[in-house]
Design a protein around this ligand. Structure first.
Ligand code: IMP
Length: 436
């Protein structure tokens, strides 16, 4: 029997994403967590949907960290994450009903994490609607408005759930947010049913309270005592607020910077950064995507890859592997190694294209100068065509067992990106993984 892959004891591993999200980080974090002591979700919120498939069933985590199925791992939602107390409380209860043990021994929420409240989701949808043609295509989860309030140093944080006068604090916040929304909506009617909201929130509060804690010192203790720690990103490098293709980005930092900000861990302590990359490219929401395919092959990737947003149910835009965009993403997240996912989705194609450069105004770009969406919008992909392998590779666990053309495809990507592909995921299940 093959020896199980184990992280080196005491290592600090960041699992992030080189692209526009949706690469299958959930599975990778779950797999790596089997040899970890702590798993930290460090950015974003329920805009993410991380799918983990085990013999126990299929789990889609929006708010919970993906290490949660491992009882001995302390799972953390750190500062830097935005927490929706109503949906998180439901997610916890549902997972518990599915047999997942979730107790303060294996799950904690840092008290300074900001909370997404119903006024944030309302503001998100009002802004998107008002912007019409120039909307961002957000997930509608209230992410931007919550991070905006955080930057304005206002809003509620998870620690507020522990306050004796939580109800008073909540009502004060609700009162001015109502006023703000009335102005935005040009409508002075009450937008929220105060009584219902308070009652729902109190129920969520009673579920979440035991998990809210002063987590940062615990992270430091784990780090100092040589425990193995995994950082789990939401979204991807090209959606990074600062370095992604603004304004078609999210409001947090999926790269290593996000991990450092959310944990206070010194950058020199990080052992390895995995950049998870899909074997073809997808994007959801607005913004340029040079390799997007609208015809038969796009539909094939969308259907076979089940490319539907786990949070929004939106169909993802699908296209050939965009090495130029991914190279930029790799640089943003500073990945040391690549985890290539979903290569098996390409199994039935007789030929596969890879975008190796962009043509912009007659000039060839192998690398992106920056992530400016105006540049990407006008850039035309230049492709190289590789032969497909026309064989079933799902579930393959050894690189040598992949067909020659599949190996060629992977090695071609590795060469283009200049970073080793050390893990290949050949299916959604834990053991459908190649460690090279
Ligand atoms: P927001 O994060 O909901 O504000 O959405 C901003 C942009 O990021 C939109 O284009 C979303 O489609 C995209 N986005 C947010 N979260 C995810 C994710 O988990 N996967 C892929 N795209 C995402």
């Amino acid at each position: 029997m093959k020896k199980a892959f184990k992280l080196k004891r005491g290592s600090i591993i960041v699992v992030t994403d080189n692209g526009w999200g949706d690469t299958g980080k959930g599975k990778i974090v779950d797999v790596l967590s089997s040899s970890a002591d702590m798993a930290i979700r460090y950015n974003g919120g329920p805009n993410a949907g991380h799918t983990v498939k085990t013999d126990q069933g299929t789990f889609v985590f929006h708010g919970l960290p993906s290490g949660i199925l491992h009882k001995s791992v302390l799972n953390i939602l750190s500062t830097g994450v935005v927490v929706n107390p109503l949906s998180l409380a439901k997610e916890i209860t549902t997972a518990q009903k599915q047999g997942v043990a979730i107790t303060p021994k294996n799950f904690l929420i840092e008290k300074t994490a900001h909370m997404i409240m119903p006024w944030h989701t309302k503001r998100d949808s009002l802004v998107e609607k008002a912007r019409g043609k120039i909307s961002i295509g957000t997930t509608g989860q209230g992410i931007g408005p919550t991070y905006a309030d955080r930057a304005l140093r206002q809003g509620l944080r998870a620690g507020d759930l522990l306050l004796r006068n939580f109800e008073e604090v909540f009502l004060e916040e609700l009162s001015w947010q109502e006023k703000l929304i009335s102005v935005m909506d040009n409508n002075s009617k009450k937008h929220f049913d105060k009584k219902k909201l308070l009652s729902d929130l109190k129920k969520a509060q009673s579920i979440l309270k035991p998990f809210v804690s002063n987590v940062l010192p615990i992270i430091h203790l784990y780090q100092k005592s040589g425990k193995t720690i995994i950082g789990e990103a939401g979204q991807g490098a090209l959606l990074d607020l600062d370095l992604g293709g603004y304004p078609f980005v999210t409001s947090s930092n999926p790269g290593v910077a996000g991990f450092l900000k959310a944990t206070g861990i010194h950058y020199k302590k990080i052992t390895k950064v995995y950049g998870v990359t899909k074997a073809y490219t997808t994007r959801v929401g607005q913004g340029p995507m040079p390799t997007e395919l609208s015809g038969k092959i796009g539909e094939y990737l969308q259907t076979k890859g089940n490319e539907v947003g786990a949070t929004t149910g939106r169909k993802r835009r699908c296209g050939w592997f965009d090495a130029v965009a991914m190279k930029k993403g790799l640089q943003i997240v500073g990945a040391d190694e690549i985890v290539l996912t979903k290569s098996d989705i390409l199994d039935e194609l007789s030929e596969i294209k890879i975008c190796v450069a962009y043509d912009f105004g007659g000039k060839r770009y192998k690398e992106l100068p920056d992530t400016d969406p105006l540049f990407m919008q006008k850039a035309k992909p230049i492709y190289e065509t590789l032969a497909g392998w026309k064989a079933n590779t799902s579930g393959v666990t050894s690189f040598a067992d992949l067909p020659k053309n599949a190996r060629n495809y992977i090695l071609f990507i590795e060469k283009l990106l200049g970073v080793p592909i050390s893990i290949i995921s050949t299916g959604p299940k834990r053991d459908e993984t190649i460690f090279r």
